[in-house]
Design a protein around this ligand. Structure first.
Ligand code: CP3
Length: 342
């Protein structure tokens, strides 16, 4: 039996009040984050500096009574570790040199990706040592399809057309890319558990825009292989899956991948989730981040609606996607107070 309420909830134990963390809880809405960010040469450098990354991870827990810390890093450290060129431009988001059928063949052959990620694992060890016993430490990686959309498209896009077409036109190269991502992600997550993570989250941020056949092949199967591969090394490893936009595929995703808990985006109707997901399946979510920007009475009302919709099952309160830089700190305080005190 664990004394960490958030981990216990992932493992299926309902709490009197839902534990809470916030996707992207370390980030630009915090002035202390922006200050540390100026000390790193660039964003990836921040991810690879254990001193700075540990500090940034802990910042939101100093301000708010959150139940978990999430490792400060990014899903795109894996393409970087595989040797692809990855840059983050202010105001533009990530920019990658797109992979091709030819470059996919050589991916990850020139260096051991885990060696490149050693500083991130050092951050996990330092966090483990620094965190109070009741706080859950969350590790993560991007799911293969989501990471592949950036590797193939070279940047974020609203429809992932480049990756969807590539998968259809070059099925063998695409399968090799997914295999490399599955294997690297398994090794990376196992190493995060060994360094002290309590639970990991698989970020499938682009689980939308896929027909059911592509969803089964590109989303369910690679995530299932990661869950299986991690648990072969870390028995019963606790895993949260967040397939953003999965909509009608949510129940299939949960059953097919074997994740312990299911992250819900904010467009998932509360009554749909209550009726269509297995009764005891732990869920996480799902406040619209813009409600947290606007604040006021609508925020309290929606928090209460989410808490009561999931009152009969294990529930972790979270946003339905990452917190945005415009979010007032006072509204985050209001949120956490409301969750903790009712
Ligand atoms: O949640 C946390 O606090 C942990 C840190 C974390 C970051 N990115 C830090 C970050 C996590 C878990 C991520 C995941 C991530 N990264 C996802 C999946 C979640 C999601 O939002 O859908 C994705 C798609 C990425 C890729 C990525 N990284 C994008 C598209 C961007 C640019 C958009 C933006 O918000 O600027 C990033 C950059 C990034 N990752 C920042 C942070 C704090 C901002 C960069 C900066 O400070 O300059």
């Amino acid at each position: 039996m664990t004394h960490k309420p958030l981990l216990a909830t992932v493992l299926g134990e309902k709490q009197a009040r839902p534990p809470v963390w916030i996707m992207r809880q370390a980030g630009r809405y915090l002035p202390e984050y922006r200050e540390i960010r100026t000390r790193a040469k660039n964003f990836l450098d921040l991810c690879y500096s254990p001193d700075l990354a540990t500090e940034v991870t802990l910042q939101p827990l100093r301000r708010f009574d959150l139940d978990a810390a999430i490792l400060f890093s990014d899903i795109l450290v894996i393409p970087d570790a595989l040797g692809q060129s990855v840059r983050f431009e202010q105001g533009e988001g990530p920019i990658l040199e797109p992979v091709t059928v030819e470059t996919i063949a050589g991916l990850g052959k020139e260096r051991a990706p885990l060696d490149h990620l050693a500083p991130v694992l050092e951050t996990v060890r330092r966090l483990r040592a620094a965190l109070p016993a009741e706080k859950t430490l969350i590790g993560f990686c991007g799911s293969p399809w989501t990471v592949a959309t950036y590797m193939i498209g070279g940047r974020g896009s609203s429809d992932q057309a480049a990756a969807r077409l590539f998968a259809l036109r070059h099925p063998e190269a695409f399968a090799r890319l997914i295999d490399v991502l599955v294997q690297t992600s398994i090794e990376y997550l196992v190493a995060q558990f060994q360094a002290g993570a309590d639970v990991v989250q698989l970020f499938e941020s682009w689980a939308l825009n896929l027909d059911d056949e592509a969803f089964a092949a590109q989303v369910i199967e690679p995530n299932r292989r990661i869950v299986e591969g991690v648990r072969a090394r870390i028995p019963n490893a606790p895993i949260i899956g967040f397939p953003r936009g999965a909509a009608g595929n949510l129940a299939r995703y949960a059953a097919g991948t074997g994740v312990n808990a299911l992250g819900l985006d904010y467009a998932t109707p509360l009554d749909f989730a209550a009726q269509h997901l297995p009764a005891q399946l732990p869920v996480q979510g799902n406040l619209d981040p813009l409600r947290l920007v606007a604040g006021g009475e609508q925020l309290d009302r929606r928090i209460d609606a989410i808490v009561s919709a999931f009152a009969d099952r294990p529930h972790i309160f979270n946003l339905g996607h990452g917190i945005v830089p415009e979010t007032p700190i006072a509204h985050v305080e209001q949120l956490v107070r409301r969750i903790k005190n009712g």
